[in-house]
Design a protein around this ligand. Sequence first.
Ligand SMILES: [Zn+2]
Length: 360
Amino acid sequence: MKSLEDVSQLEGTAQNEMARAFRAMLEGEGQREEARLEAEQKDKLERSRAAVAADETIAEQVKKLAKSLKRRKDKTPRVDDLEPIARSLSKHYKQGRSWRKWLDAAEAMAHEHTSHLGETNGVYTPTDAELRKAIFRYSLEQASPAMKGHIQHLCSCWERYNAEFFDSRLAPPVLALEEPGPSTCYGEFSPVSCFGGSGQIMIRPSLLVGTLQDFRQGNKNKEGLRRFTEYVLLHEMIHQWQVEVAGTPPGEFHNYGGHGSTFSHKANEIGEKFGLPPVRLRNKKSHSGKTKHLPNPSHWPHCVCQPEYFLGAYVPFSPDEDAKLLEDLARILRRHDIGKVERVAREIWQRMQEAEERTS
Ligand SMILES: [Zn+2]
């Protein structure tokens, strides 16, 4: 059955629920619906005229997008690309909120994490190093009960990683459980600390509650969120190592936001010990030579981990998947009865919104 093939492509995307519902519709309810639709032939015909027009517009927009993506080096659709499609869909279905939500998420993802690493020469004075060490010790031994659990855990992870992966060559940083920049940025290494010293790692505390974009669909499993946070720390430690140990050339920070070959080699060396697949040489595909087919180092190690490792807490949002969903949806709309799909879509959107209201 052709229609089921279409739908099976939808499954496995971030919008599993929608895919499942489409499948259910086509397998079971669909037939009953069809019988009912025959009785409503007249009404259907009237509505389908408008629907076909919208359907054609959407199909045209999807085709145009596919064409323009082919020409582009970076094949990832941008928010601007998806906007007209989403607008047509929301106009037709009068259910704009859900689409808007996806677009906002795609836009947030587009702002890749960049830190201000280029500003440094990686030098810290003895006084500075002493101060950092003292603060680190304080966090480990005397942190306030409000922070104790998390900060102590992060500090001990830092010590363990330093020994295991960096030959204990890193000096304790100022490790802050604090929000860095945009919410898509999970952590940040900064060569200048908040009080004017050096070597600061910031880890976003909201990671631990699972409210960020990539965790909203997750199950908020505490251990899963903690594992994710530990890996954010490890990622930032590579940036610390680049600046304070490896003497990474400033160009890598200016051109690749710190995610160039020094970063990737170190990440892959650590990844191998974890049994993780490698990432490409640089965050820009076109600069990555033979490794360009591999995942982006900017998102290491999360991008190469098995999702199961995070115990269901991490369900990354992918603009790629949404572009695919929109494309598949347009195809389904073209092939199947628009009225039927519309009813199911309304139902799903309503359910999604109800679920969202319940959790917010
Ligand atoms: Zn980074």
